[in-house]
Write a protein that binds this ligand. Sequence first.
Ligand code: G6P
Ligand code: ZN
Length: 569
Amino acid sequence: MSCCGVGAMAPNAVETIKTSPFDGQKPGTSGLRKPVGTFQQPHYSENFIQAGLIAGLGDKLVGSSLAVGGDGRFFCKEAAQLIIKIAAANGVSKIVIGQNGILSTPACSHIIRKYELDGGFILTASHNPGGPKGDFGIKYNISNGGPAPEGITNKIYEITQKITEYKIAPNLKVDITRMGMSCHKIAGGTLTVEVIDPVQDYVDYMKEIFDFQAIQAYLKSKNVLLNAMNGVTGPYLQKIFVNEMQLPAESCLNCEILPDFGGKHPDPNLTYASDLVEIMKQGKHDFAAAFDGDGDRNMILGHKAFFVTPCDSLAVLAANLECIPYFQKHGVKGFARSMPTSEALDKVAEKCGKGCYEVPTGWKFFGNLMDAGKINLCGEESFGTGSDHVREKDGIWAALAWLSVLAHKQKSVEDVLLDHWETYGRNYFSRYDYENVSAEAGAKLMEGLDKLIQDPKTRGMTFSDPTGKSYRMQHLDNFEYTDPIDGSVSKNQGIRFIFEEGFRIIYRLSGTGSSGATIRIYVEGYDRSDNASFYKEDAQEFLKPLITIAVRTSKLKELTGRDQPTVIT
Ligand code: G6P
Ligand code: ZN
């Protein structure tokens, strides 16, 4: 489509505004996340957007094209308008934006790829609460549709530390409430803005990837629930499951996008999606999935709230990809998981002779492996699962992948898991989160552990819990990753205690919080038997001795004063 009728209009003025740096504009695991009030400070968002444009696009900035979209949380619309004004002033020539500024994170990744754009801004703080007192976030994604790699995020941070000015077209007004194309004359150039249906391209793509008819036929005799948690996935779920697959409207819960997610924490786990768990416990439904604010995370539940850990979910999908048309077409290339994610995936990779990569926490580390064709399935313990169909994790994709497996196997979620464990053994996994401890306590805990792993005495040590259960140390380190594609090195990615026979304790500080520190302790143990009923043991019971050791060794109670974690998954 070509641009229309801008000739006669006076160009929008471009202004250069003097500014000065703000502390702490360092993108975390997934973009810059701060309380809304922080982003609302004069020049705060402007500085970060200007830095993102320069670092992300470099000499391609003038004449470049961008996607813009977010999860609909408070401040999304204002931030979208700011991006349009600043991008226009910097010479960006095309912006594709979801109607009302809405795009789920995976849909935005898809738009960047499908429309062959140079990059994009995703406006979300993912699973963090929203609203005027909640969090906001801005993330820059590159032309492959994935989060900017560390080289770029470090550069963004550097620029924010010395920024003195940004450019803006302050009077530019773009109506993003109506779909269609508009052209805007800017001093020195023209900006085309295309406001698109946020849902349609994504749904079309899902129909290519999955066999919708097979899933629909399976769902005819099943009762399922899909919970949008008042995040961005609502309209996507309604289109796919109600319009396309003809499920009753009641199958999709909390589908209205609310700027404060109804005052809740839009994080699909057993704690924050406990209302879904309670409904599932009543035993009326066969399958449920829940999604986070921006639609990239997923939680899968079976009959009576049988919980599939994200680690097991990844492994089960890896073992069954052949039933999905996308993988029939492209083949299964290889797998990857983040370091703290359990080794259940590795067992599948080994059996089917595929490569399995271990990367630091953060979806951005999968991008190079996907671009190089090394992997096309990956996931993280933090409720993220996805493939190379986009370069973000994708909650709805994961639910459709699970439904494809269930339709293919004609078995319940629990039976699929029991079969899986019978074949591969079970990797028990649990994560303890201590949210919002002081930054000092978090840093001290990690320093203490760092010292411990450097102490030669720790090597080869046996760790025991009070009941006498003991684990012999096999390897310990602070995880460091060298990207096999571009050779970049990422250090200090988590303390690892690796014991014999597949037991592990991992410690990290979260990179997604907006204040204080969140300590994460991940524990894992492996067991195998040929008898499926053997695997019905509760993960908390199985891992209890190791958890006791993990808490004690880190001096967590002494340093943080916390007796219990805030979230257990
Ligand atoms: C986001 C990222 C993930 C990451 C997760 C947890 O969802 O996209 O890649 O695993 O946050 O990160 P954290 O640093 O809080 O453990
Ligand atoms: Zn998210």
